[in-house]
Design a protein around this ligand. Structure first.
Ligand code: 26Q
Length: 797
């Protein structure tokens, strides 16, 4: 297909194709077709259009001997794909028209698609944005991950408390994937290692198969498509016939259910490494399959393994695939007979490692006994890597120490380049977690500030603003986002401002209507929409937000006829199922909402809304409708944040601390267009050393003292004085995240927001300057940075 013929698909041809799929792929006639049937037929029709550019991209990569990027990630938080594919192919109107002509409600069909929620939050969504950018930039790349049967759990609230339910996106057919039964690799676990005639052989005592499923990822304007290859675990032997014939049906199915366990569920814990054996098996399972696949492709193309790094760049998305180092060494040395030292050097030349967190509890460490039992050969290879590292560098930093295998140290030592995800974070990576290794390997740590794809996070999710931007500066910005700076020339223009406001108003009305239908919640679109959406975590400080909400409620009640700025506080996010404190914070937010929302005195000024089950699709509704972006983490704790970028890009100024990418966002949008508060990362460290810092901060703040007293008295818990005892005690006695110390500063910044919002023109200008200043935060810029500084690959665009 000629490259831009995509946009010329005829609506009747498209319609016919949908009908043909309905008949021949779904086996339904139009009379009896359900929304699901229509959605599948539409998706399959769109998928058909992706196949030619996909083949052409593979061919071009091969013909030009291009180096390929392999992005290894435990998580890909994709969301829905119909709209994404439609906008990338430029067939949005066509798809809508065709469905309407077939008597189908297009929006309903689009909304029927379950989110592919194969991730927890930021790290997984970043991987999805990177896939989009690598395809848009025509960088030959594969994403490698796990085809989890169950994505991230569904969140429900029962009496204000989070309860989890299994997610089931694969209970229906997945429209976008191609099953590749012919592509499978054996993955071993356990057993022992033998040494005969200088040859080392690992004899696993358990083997499962990794079986490939490919999803094409189409880039902007349909010019290039890469592959997301997800592995499903299958048994080597499908079925134990002997047990079956004995009538032992349970035992007959045992091999199948044992193997499948490995790709059954996504770990929902982004806080603590619970040291679960299954998690280690998952990590090795998908990493080994991916590395085997990389080597097979290279060998089949006739390249020598000595030159691996000329053809292959492997990026590790955090330490979760860090076993890639030893696995690559194992395959090169044990299977392909490369000398050990050379195997280690070759592997390192291919590998890059991205660090996403400084939180000590999130750094992966495995008990050595468990590790050696499941991966005996890798255990020994890691010891050799450690010895080589000690010998070459003279350093005594160890990968295995105090009975633990430290995956951070392993990933660092086995990568030629290590990167953080924002300027501040990369600096802290050098100064804290990896300060010793940074001295041994100076220059290895670099920064690549995160970005987000403007196709999904502006063009697709925000049609009113997209149209305004197109009309103002032309339509060249989605793959050249810095062009948004051209909007700066228009921010003082009254008619532009008017239309900017109208776009925001439209999004807010749409969100209000959606909440009404979904939950029966009624919110006022004229109020300020104040949005905090992210995983629930102590360091992200949803608690600070809800404490300030209560204080504001108090102030309004004390002076009901004051000049208040009406606000709706919107929260969204899930807590890890085992994270007691995070769950308590959810409970408190819901309790406060219940009390405040029924208060007739304050109802017109303040509302708290926390819709259940925040996910990518909900983010696509909330972000365009937001007026204020809450990025209020304890300085030094949020590696980057990416929601902060999406919100600012969509014309929602930030109230935030100097943390993660907030620092760079503020520089780009201008300090006047950012509501700054709170301690800096350095001050945080100092403050923690002061005796009784929390009690002193509480004592110094009458507003906070009052709020904490109300919570303790059971004002929000129906008189139950015990419910939040743990939470309060933690604040008074530890307050590791300095909620109390930043409270007054946050409260004051919020009052500045109130005042600024009442200045309609001033606020519009500020919001527009946020959009105009965010061009640098496109994930295209991030990926070009990785391509140049880490991967040494070029765009084939
Ligand atoms: C580890 C061991 C066992 C089970 C789970 C985990 C685990 C899972 C997920 C540990 C960490 C994560 C996810 C981390 C994450 O999402 N980090 C975020 O990454 C974003 C992209 O770089 C940043 O913007 C965020 O600041 C960072 O918090």
């Amino acid at each position: 297909m000629p490259k831009d013929a995509l946009t010329n698909v005829d609506v009747n041809v498209f319609k016919d194709s949908i009908c043909r799929h309905l008949k021949t792929s779904l086996g339904k006639d139009a009379e009896h077709a359900s929304v699901y049937d229509w959605r599948m037929s539409l998706s399959l029709t769109m998928r058909d259009l992706v196949v030619d550019p996909w083949f052409a991209s593979t061919r071009e990569t091969y013909d030009r001997n291009s180096k390929r990027v392999y992005y290894l990630s435990m998580e890909f938080l994709i969301g829905r794909l119909i709209e994404d594919v439609a906008i990338n192919l430029g067939i949005e109107d066509l798809a809508r028209d065709a469905m309407e002509a077939l008597g189908q409600d297009y929006e309903r069909v689009v909304a029927d698609e379950p989110d592919a929620a194969l991730g927890n939050g930021g790290l997984g969504r970043l991987a999805a944005c990177f896939l989009d950018s690598m395809s848009t930039l025509a960088i030959p790349a594969y994403g490698y991950g796990i085809r989890y049967e169950h994505g991230l759990f569904e969140q429900h609230f029962k009496d204000g408390e989070q309860v989890e339910a299994a997610e089931g996106w694969l209970s229906q057919r997945h429209a976008w994937e191609f099953e590749r039964p012919e592509v499978s690799y054996p993955i071993g676990f356990g057993g022992y290692v033998s040494e005969t005639k200088g040859k080392t052989i690992w004899h696993p005592d358990e083997t499962v198969l990794a079986s490939a499923y490919d999803t094409p990822i189409i880039g902007w304007k349909g010019k290039w498509a890469n592959t997301l290859r997800l592995w499903a675990a299958k048994p080597q032997k499908l079925f134990d016939l002997e047990s079956f014939n004995r009538g032992d049906y349970l035992a007959a199915n045992a091999p199948e259910s044992l193997a499948r366990t490995i790709s059954r569920v996504l770990y929902p814990d982004d806080t603590t490494d619970k040291g679960k054996e299954l998690r280690l098996k998952q990590e090795y399972f998908f990493t080994s399959a991916s590395i085997q696949d990389v080597l097979r492709r290279l060998i089949s193309e006739g390249y020598a393994l000595d030159d691996l790094a000329d053809h292959v760049a492997i990026q590790l998305n955090d330490t979760h695939p860090a076993i890639a180092g030893p696995e690559l060494v194992r395959l090169l040395a044990d299977v392909h007979a490369m000398p050990m030292d050379k195997a280690i050097e070759t592997a390192r030349a291919c590998l890059g490692f991205t660090n996403h967190t400084l939180l000590p509890e999130a750094l992966e460490r495995w008990p050595e006994g468990l590790f050696a039992r499941i991966l005996p050969r890798h255990h020994r290879i890691i010891e050799m890597i450690q010895d080589t590292h000690a010998f070459v560098s003279g350093s005594n930093i160890r990968i295995i120490e105090d009975g633990e295998v430290k995956m951070g140290e392993l990933a660092f030592i086995m990568a030629h380049c290590v990167n953080g995800v924002s300027a501040l974070h990369s600096d802290l990576v050098k100064k804290t977690v990896f300060s010793d290794l940074n001295k041994v390997y100076p220059g290895r740590i670099i920064n690549q500030t995160n970005g987000v794809t403007p196709r999904r996070w502006l063009y697709s999710c925000n049609p009113p603003l997209r149209n305004l931007i197109n009309e103002t500066i032309g339509d060249g910005w989605p793959d050249d986002l810095e062009r948004l700076t051209e909007l700066r020339d228009h921010v003082n223009d009254a008619s532009f401002q008017e239309r900017f406001r109208a776009a925001k108003a439209q999004n807010k009305q749409q969100l209000a209507a959606w909440l009404k239908t979904r939950d029966g919640t009624v919110i006022d679109p004229n109020a300020m929409f104040d949005v905090q959406i992210k995983r629930i975590h102590e360091y992200k400080r949803q608690l600070l937000n809800i404490l300030e909400t209560v204080a504001l409620w108090n102030d309004i009640r004390d002076n009901p006829h004051g000049n208040w700025t009406p606000r709706v506080k919107l929260f969204g996010g899930k807590a890890a199922p085992g994270y007691v404190m995070a769950k308590s914070i959810i409970h408190l937010i819901n309790d406060v909402a219940k009390t405040i929302n029924t208060d007739k005195v304050t109802r017109d000024y303040l509302q708290v809304v926390f819709p259940e089950n925040y996910n990518v699709s909900m983010a696509e509704m909330l972000i365009p409708a937001s007026d204020l972006s809450e990025q209020i983490s304890t300085a030094g704790k949020e590696a980057s944040g990416t929601g902060n970028m999406k919100l600012s890009l969509n014309g929602s100024p930030t109230i935030g601390t100097l943390d993660g990418a907030n620092v760079e966002i503020r520089e780009h949008v201008g300090a006047d267009n950012f509501f700054l508060f709170g301690l800096t990362a350095e001050e945080v460290v100092k403050r923690r050393k002061q005796p009784d810092f929390a009690r002193k901060a509480i004592q110094a703040s009458p507003g906070l003292t009052r709020v904490l007293g109300q919570i303790a008295d059971g004002v929000f818990s129906g008189g139950d004085r015990d419910r939040y005892q743990g939470l309060l005690r933690n604040l008074y006695d530890h307050d590791y995240f300095l909620v109390t110390c930043d409270y007054d500063s946050y409260f004051d910044a919020q009052r500045k927001v109130d005042t600024a919002y009442q200045d309609v023109e001033g606020w519009t200008k500020m919001a527009a300057l946020n959009t105009a200043g965010m061009g640098w935060f496109s994930s295209d810029r991030t990926i070009l940075g990785y391509a140049k500084d880490i991967w040494n690959v070029t765009s084939l665009k």
